[in-house]
Design a protein around this ligand. Structure first.
Ligand SMILES: [Zn+2]
Length: 337
């Protein structure tokens, strides 16, 4: 009897595991701001049910804690997604699973894109992250500025998806939003000496957040080669954003959109988003060095000088100067001003 029982049990377990899958459902990005729920592959996702893999592990809940004016991340719970397998496709049976898998898919997409373009070392510095947390905004935003999703830097290195910010296309499942948040992680790596000075209360630039938000949008629009990658009308880089009237604003996006707007100008003139992204990263590295020189006046908008220098090294077109003069009316030292 015992022998037969032992024989039968593995057979039953096998039946339970017959549903293998090669793909999972996610909000796939079609471009021009349009997403569609469709089967995709995410090789970096080693364990789909637990949402774990090369990028790190996702979790439910977790919170930011402030202690001695320092931020700590308190872990949430491990994840076991509810799902069915339908024709070789892993189908999460709730909204949380669909958003988390979409986030993982987009994050793996940008990492793989950029690893393949020579930024492997930077990607190794970012991944794996501490966590990718699905958590109510209130457990995090007490300590951070309001966003729809967030990247926690300052030694925490985690991505947060606010479960209560998901209307329409869930923002945590949005390709452009994911790439924007990834841009903050990359910014942290590229600008480390500057970020550390700011954390120590001795900043070398006022409003580093504006450069950070601008860079994050640039990563999203240039890596997807899509000016509609950010789902907020006022962040469209084709709008006539200029520093005029914005300088000194508390809203980091008001200056950030000017940088992203100028990046898109360069993208349009060169017709080469990949090269424009490379030049943008170079400009940020130049800015990191420049901020420690005597030449710097400590303002964030000087990033516009570095962007111009890098773009003009490849784009030989008088319209680049026209665009620069419109975007940065207060900057001098370039384009005959
Ligand atoms: Zn941001």
């Amino acid at each position: 009897m015992t022998g037969r029982f032992l024989f039968v049990l593995p057979f039953v377990m096998l039946l339970g595991c017959v549903d293998t899958f090669e793909q999972h459902l996610a909000y796939d990005y079609l471009g021009d701001g349009v997403h569609e729920v469709a089967p995709v592959q995410t090789p970096a996702l080693a364990d789909t049910v637990s949402v774990k893999g090369e990028l790190g592990s996702a979790s439910f809940g977790g919170r930011l804690r402030v202690s001695d004016s320092r931020l700590f991340w308190q872990d949430g719970a491990d994840i076991t997604l509810d799902y069915v397998v339908d024709d070789g496709v892993f189908v999460p049976t709730d909204d949380q699973g669909l958003v988390l898998l979409s986030f993982y898919h987009h994050l793996a997409g940008v990492r793989d894109d950029l690893s393949g373009r020579g930024w492997q070392d930077d990607m190794d510095a970012i991944f794996p992250v501490t966590t990718i947390a699905w958590t109510p905004e209130q457990l995090v935003s007490a300590a951070t500025p309001i966003e729809n999703a967030a990247y926690l830097s300052g030694g925490i290195n985690a991505f947060i998806l606010y479960e209560d910010a998901n209307n329409n296309i869930p923002l945590g499942a949005h390709a452009g939003v994911v790439r924007h948040e990834f841009g903050h992680a990359w910014f942290q790596v590229l600008m480390l000496p500057v970020v550390e000075r700011a954390l120590n209360g001795d900043p070398v630039v006022e409003d580093l957040r504006a450069v950070n938000e601008g860079f994050a949008d640039m990563v999203a629009i240039l890596s997807l080669d899509d000016p509609m990658a950010i789902p907020f009308v006022e962040r469209n880089p084709r709008l006539a954003h200029t520093t005029d009237g914005f300088t000194g604003s508390d809203d980091p996006y008001s200056l950030g959109v000017v940088f992203a707007g100028f990046a898109w100008d360069a993208r349009v003139l060169s017709n080469d988003a990949e090269q424009t992204l490379e030049l943008t990263v170079g400009a940020l590295e130049d800015f990191r060095e420049f901020l420690f020189t005597e030449e710097s006046d400590g303002t964030a908008q000087q990033f516009g000088l570095m962007l111009y220098d890098r773009y003009s090294s490849e784009i030989n077109d008088f319209r680049l100067c026209q665009a620069w003069r419109i975007r940065f009316p207060d900057l001098v030292g370039r384009c005959g001003r």
